[in-house]
Write a protein that binds this ligand. Sequence first.
Ligand code: ADP
Ligand code: MG
Length: 234
Amino acid sequence: MTEPVSPLLPLLSWQHLSLHAAFTTRPLLTNLTGEVRSGEILAVMGPSGSGKSTLLTLLNRMRSATSGSIVMQGKPLSSYPIPQLRRQIAYLPQQAVLFPGTVADNLTVGCRLWQIPCDVPGWLAHVDLDPAIAEQSASTLSGGQAQRLALARTLALEPTVLLLDEPTSALDGPTALDIERLIQNWVAAKERAVIWVTHDPHQAERIASRLLRIEAGQQAFLGKPGDTWGGTRS
Ligand code: ADP
Ligand code: MG
């Protein structure tokens, strides 16, 4: 769906982002600057309440920054229509949000909206779900199966940037590793990037091309894993 991406441009970049909220004098985010380029996974870490999820909400305009700018492939984020933007910068929450209906209904909902084809058995197999469950009620899925389905539904819309908010924190270890592998394969395949909030330093070290650490809304560290940050704090 997207125009060819110039390899010279970051897929998504943000400059001097700050967010003030009326209900508190302390800014929720202060002067964050960063980018993701093709093939990268940026892991976002920091204590609970430090602003990690808030940053994701700014990056696909679920919220607007008080100041600063966000640029996607050389154009301001504000120049993209919101539906296209949310498709191109897709958000996957910690727990899958499924609606009543079958597995196939849930998988194809976005494709039907955008009127694009969706290979149901192919996508189910891709996320290691048995294609035979396509007509089963989505309410029968385990947490791990539901998250695989939500991931397939998101990837079927061919996003460029994936925003992940602790997508494996409610899953068992082997399922979490499977999801990591799926996302690592996805990001390596085309002009794509991932911004992945995780509280697990071991996960961050496994998946991250670069790490961003946020503390009290401020950028405490941005660099390669192992550069100066030890990786032992969550
Ligand atoms: P994290 O994801 O790092 O745990 P969040 O981004 O969810 O942190 O939240 C950062 C801070 O902003 C927290 O102190 C949270 O309470 C506050 N916050 C964010 N949005 C709102 C809101 N709409 N109303 C009240 N507090 C909010
Ligand atoms: Mg959060």
